[in-house]
Structures are given as structure tokens and as C-alpha cells.
Design a protein around this ligand. Structure first.
Ligand code: M6R
Length: 605
């Protein structure tokens, strides 16, 4: 995953590189490093852990030069150590480079083309690129890079310094995002436009093995074969990347608190009928044979809810699919299939690959994305943006809620187009949807104190189970992921009726089992399942709507949320669960915004 940045400028570029790396830290924080060329000699400083550690290291060993590259790492090959931290050098010290992506054939290259190379500084796949450049270099970096690329399989965005070109950065990319841009005092590359300071609007997207050469005064492009070529800029509207925490201790809590507004801003245009789906209601009524929702992690969990909405309420077959499975499943999709790709970042490698496959096979491609101009958004037939604002905490909250809201609006529209609801029901649902942001706020206000209190008990537990049926099961999946990703407690979600088919054997005296029962049509059944675990000593926590509160009064801990329509319950069920995870993680002293081993944007498969 990793983030890379580089600048050929006028003054000392290190402070800017460091600041840019801070903005790229969402892509990984296992280690970080910067290299510069000073008087034609590469100098680098690297540190294990977050950018703050690199900053400290740079205080002790300052780097000052007007050309440099930087990297923040999410480890794929080799432990998060200083030796494995980028930038990496070629054995002769001529090349120094940073890389985002994975060189899939690194081991094969070491056995073949690079079989004579015995000196390896690191366990990374990246180092082979430095060795290949050295091998093919005869004075022309562009030619060496063209030859090197012929040997590389996988994905990469590369920023390269060469000691013989003291004022230049070379760059190339395949399947990993990389932009180049002219700024007031030089030229930059970065994995994300947001990492470059100032107000950029025109950038070059480096793609398909293109080679780029940047000096402070110009940016030149070359074909994969190393021939000079012209390239046009694209206009970007970078998302404002505010690092403000709104006065909260963590981004995650701030983002939980922003959910009402995120959902309101997402729904506003949709409730006003402002959909650009790339197809019309006639297709939804007559042409639509099947929907596949494809995504990863929490975004996939919104698909679990969408699957029920589209099948139960719109009577169209729908399956939620994990993108990393879909892309290799040889799926049967065609022009009657609507594939919906859901992603906060718009960059998730598996989701993007799945999208390309669906497109290739002729399916309609709609995406629900938060980051404007991201790869998934750009490659879709149509995009519905979630207007959640940039999300910084690794654990998603407001983007998840906004994605759900888009599915609600789509489901109401599809149901109306297919005639599975009448006008009166449509008006009722639309009215309830408009009320959802306020109900989310009420849910937050109600859940905050009890979730914080319950978290005192949860912090000491080893295992937690979340159970629910239908939409409550979809909410349980999300609740469980939230808990495990930030508190490191082993948590599992089960369809409530499935528990007794094996998992109930794990329930012991005091094991917390959270029953989500917001779906009125299923609450009796879920209550029975709650009783079953209680009979085996579980600590029972129930999440339900006001209407069902009496039925769950026997739970050890009862969290009641405002009632809403059956279609929209997921949005309210997750609120106390997000808060519970947050406070549990806080009580356990976890690094809430940057949990171990994770990154915000998963750009490798
Ligand atoms: O950027 P995306 O929405 O495509 O990311 C998908 C998942 O990586 C993401 O939802 C992940 O599961 C979150 N950390 C969950 O909180």
C-alpha cells in the first residue's frame, strides 16, 4: 500500500516531503523514509513506525537538498524494520528509489536476471528494481527504466533518484496511482494529489508503464519504450484534506460524531432526484436481471444490507461479493447485470480489479465512492459520491453510514421503478429517509454514555459475539469488524439462528454476546437466540428500537435506539456499536486511529 512523494524544487525540499508523507500516512505507517540528492550524492534517513519517528530522526540527521523522494510503508515483503524501510539503494549507490505496490516476480528475478547479485540490503521486493536499474544503466536512466519495466510483474509507482542526474526525479507506474504536477517552485510526484501542498487543479496521471522525468522547471514524458511523448494534464478537484480533529481526542470519534451530517449531505442530492446512474428507470424495470455489490471490508458489509434491500424490497436478485473473491471467481455477468462497487478511498486494489473485470464482461458499472477523482470513480460508467468528507481514521464510520444511505436511496428508486412499492409507500420511505440524519444524531446522543460505560466491562474480555438476523446480521458483521480492528479483541458475527450450529460451544460464563434486534419482523426470533446464550452464562447486550424495548428488558444491558423503517435499521444499529468499539479500544490503550497492521487505503491485493 505505501505512499510515495517526490519534489524537484528550489530550496530545501525535506520539510515539504515530510509534510506530504504525513498526508500519505493513511496508506501505511510501518516505517517511513526520505532520500535526497546533495551534490550528486544520495543521502537518506529512515525510521521504523510513524512519520513522527522519521521527524525525530531528521532532527538528529537533517537532510537538506532541493531534490528528494519520500515513502511511508505498509509492509508486504519483510518486517517493518529500518533495513526494509524505503528508499532503497542500488548496490553501487547510483540509484535510490521509493516504491508503492508489489513486484510479484521479485523472487524469480533474483533467481534469474539478477542471479549474480549477492548483496541484498533488505527483504523487500522493491530492492530488485534498484538492482535492475543498475544492471541496465549505461548513462541513460529513461532507457534503463524502460528495460527494467520489461522485467517487472505486479504493480508499482516508482520515484527514482540517480546520482548522475542531481536535479532530476524519474518516475514510472503500473497499476498503482501516481501523479506528477508542476507547482509554483518546482515539480512533484505523489501517490495522492492531496499530499502536494497548494491548490492543484491540473495534474498528469502516470499510467501503463509511462516514464516521467521531472526537474524543477519541466516535466517530460516517455513511452514505455523510452521514446519522448506528449501527455495531457487532467483536471482534479482534490478533496480538502483537513487534519482537524474537531476538538476530539481521535479522528474516529470525530468522524462518528459527523455521521448525521455525512448522511444528510449524501442524501440531499439523491432525495432531490439528482442521480446519474448511467441507465434509466426503463432499464431498472425491464433490463435489470441481477445486481452484484462488490467491495471489501466495511464497504462489503454495506453490500450485505443492500443485498436484502434489493432482493426483499425490489424483487431483483442481488449478491454481495468480496472483491478479492469476485475477481478470481470467473463470475457470470453481462449487460443485464448491474455491478455496484463500493469504496471509501476509491483505490482499493481488489475492488478496482473486480470493476475492470465486470466492465470487460459487459456489465453495467456503478460505483459508490467517497474520494472524488479516485481510480474507482474514474473507471466507472457512473458514480454516486458519498459526501462524507475525507475520512482519516482507519476504522470507517461516516463513510460506511453514507454508503448505506446511497443504497437506501437506490433501493427506493429501484422499487418504485419496478413497481414493488406504490406511490404512497415511496412517499413514506422518502419521508423516513429524510428524517434519518436526525435519528442518527439522536442515536449518537443516546448511545454515547451507555456505550462508554459498557466498554469498561468489554475492555477485559477475550471474545465477543455479535448476532442478528437479516439487516441486523449485516449490522452485526460491521459491529464485529469495528470491534476487532481497533480493540484487537477476538470478535465474531453470526446470523443469530446459526449460532447453535457450532459456535455456541464457545460461549462461557460471562462471554459478551451482543444481540442486534432493530428489525421488528425478526426481533422475537433474535430474542430466543439471546435467551439461548443467556442460559449458557453469556453476558447479554441487546440493541433494539424503542418499540421492542420491553421485549428485551431481560437483557443484562439494553441499548435502545430510535425506531425507523425496517429498510433503514442498519444505520441506527451500528451507531452504539461504533461507540462501544471506540471506548473499548480506548480503555485498552489501543492506537485507535492507526490500528496495528492496517492502513486506510489497501492498494495491494
Ligand atoms: O476504501 P475502501 O472503502 O475500499 O476500503 C475497504 C476496506 O478496506 C475498509 O472498509 C476496511 O475494512 C476498514 N478499515 C473497516 O473499518
Amino acid at each position: 500500500m505505501c505512499g510515495i512523494i517526490g519534489k524537484a524544487g528550489v530550496g530545501n525540499v525535506t520539510p515539504e516531503l515530510l509534510e506530504g508523507l504525513g498526508k500519505l500516512e493513511y496508506r501505511g505507517y510501518d516505517s517511513a523514509g526520505i532520500a535526497v540528492l546533495r551534490n550528486g550524492r544520495p543521502e537518506r534517513v529512515r525510521a521504523v513506525g510513524k512519520i513522527a519517528n522519521l521527524r525525530d530522526a531528521l532532527d538528529k540527521t537533517p537532510l537538506e537538498a532541493c531534490v528528494g523522494v519520500g515513502h511511508t510503508r505498509w509492509a508486504t515483503h519483510g518486517a517493518p524494520s529500518e533495513a526494509n524501510a524505503h528508499p532503497h539503494n542500488s548496490p553501487d549507490g547510483k540509484f535510490t528509489l521509493v516504491h508503492n505496490g508489489i513486484i510479484e516476480n521479485a523472487d524469480a528475478l533474483k533467481r534469474t536476471v539478477l542471479a549474480d547479485d549477492k548483496e541484498w540490503e533488505s527483504e523487500t521486493d522493491t530492492e530488485v528494481v534498484a538492482h535492475l536499474l543498475q544492471k541496465f544503466y549505461t548513462g541513460d536512466v529513461v532507457k534503463a527504466l524502460a528495460e527494467t519495466q520489461k522485467h517487472l510483474k505486479g504493480s508499482y509507482a516508482l520515484g527514482i533518484l540517480c546520482a548522475d542526474y542531481p536535479d532530476t526525479i524519474f518516475a514510472a507506474a503500473l497499476g498503482s496511482p501516481l501523479i506528477a504536477a508542476s507547482v509554483e517552485d518546482g515539480s512533484c510526484i505523489a501517490s495522492d494529489v492531496g499530499a502536494i501542498g497548494g491548490t492543484l487543479s491540473e495534474v498528469y496521471k502516470i499510467e501503463n508503464r509511462e516514464i516521467c522525468m521531472l526537474t524543477r522547471d519541466e516535466i517530460r514524458f516517455y513511452t514505455p519504450d523510452g521514446e519522448p511523448c506528449e501527455k495531457a494534464t487532467v483536471t482534479v478537484v482534490p478533496d480538502a484534506l483537513s487534519m482537524d480533529k474537531g476538538g476530539y481526542e481521535h479522528y474516529m470519534l470525530y468522524e462518528i460524531m459527523q455521521q448525521s451530517s455525512a448522511v444528510r449531505k449524501t442524501l440531499e442530492p439523491l432525495l432531490a432526484g439528482d442521480f446519474d446512474l448511467g441507465f434509466d428507470d426503463a432499464f431498472v424495470r425491464d433490463g435489470l436481471k441481477e445486481i452484484r455489490v462488490v467491495a471489501c471490508g466495511s464497504a462489503y458489509h454495506t453490500g450485505l444490507a443492500a443485498q436484502l434491500l434489493f432482493e426483499r424490497f425490489c424483487r431483483v436478485p442481488c449478491r454481495a461479493e468480496i472483491a478479492s473473491e469476485f475477481r478470481y471467481a470467473d463470475p457470470v455477468v453481462d449487460e443485464g447485470t448491474l455491478t455496484v462497487f463500493v469504496s471509501q478511498s476509491g483505490e482499493t486494489a481488489d475492488t478496482l480489479a473486480a470493476l475492470r473485470l465486470a466492465k470487460e464482461r459487459g456489465a453495467k458499472v456503478l460505483s459508490i465512492v467517497n474520494v472524488r477523482g479516485s481510480a474507482i470513480a474514474s473507471e466507472s460508467d457512473a458514480v454516486v459520491y458519498t459526501n462524507a468528507g475525507r475520512e482519516i481514521a482507519v476504522a470507517t464510520t461516516k463513510a460506511y453510514s453514507a454508503q448505506l444511505a446511497v443504497f437506501y436511496a437506490l433501493a427506493v428508486r429501484f422499487a418504485a421503478a419496478r413497481g414493488t412499492i406504490d406511490e404512497a409507500r415511496r412517499a413514506e420511505l422518502t419521508h423516513e429517509l429524510a428524517a434519518l440524519p436526525d435519528k442518527i444524531q439522536e442515536a449518537i446522543d443516546r448511545a454515547e454514555a451507555p456505550a462508554r460505560k459498557l466498554a469498561e466491562t468489554m475492555a477485559a474480555t477475550q471474545d465477543i459475539f455479535f448476532i442478528g438476523r437479516r439487516l441486523d446480521f449485516a449490522a452485526s458483521m460491521e459491529a464485529s469488524l469495528k470491534m476487532k480492528e481497533i480493540s484487537y479483541i477476538n470478535s465474531q458475527a453470526y446470523a443469530a439462528g446459526e449460532l447453535k450450529h457450532g459456535t455456541i460451544s464457545l460461549v462461557e460464563q460471562g462471554t459478551p454476546v451482543v444481540s442486534i434486534a432493530m428489525d421488528g419482523g425478526m426481533s422475537d426470533k433474535t430474542h430466543s437466540n439471546m435467551s439461548e446464550v443467556r442460559a449458557r452464562g453469556a453476558l447479554t447486550v441487546a440493541v433494539t428500537g424503542d418499540k421492542n424495548a420491553d421485549a428485551f428488558a431481560d437483557a443484562d444491558v439494553l441499548l435502545t435506539m430510535p425506531d425507523t423503517d425496517e429498510w433503514f435499521t442498519c444505520s441506527l444499529a451500528v451507531i452504539p456499536m461504533q461507540l462501544l468499539s471506540y471506548y473499548t479500544a480506548k480503555n485498552r490503550g489501543c492506537d485507535i486511529d492507526k490500528p496495528k497492521n492496517l492502513a486506510k487505503s489497501v492498494t495491494v491485493e
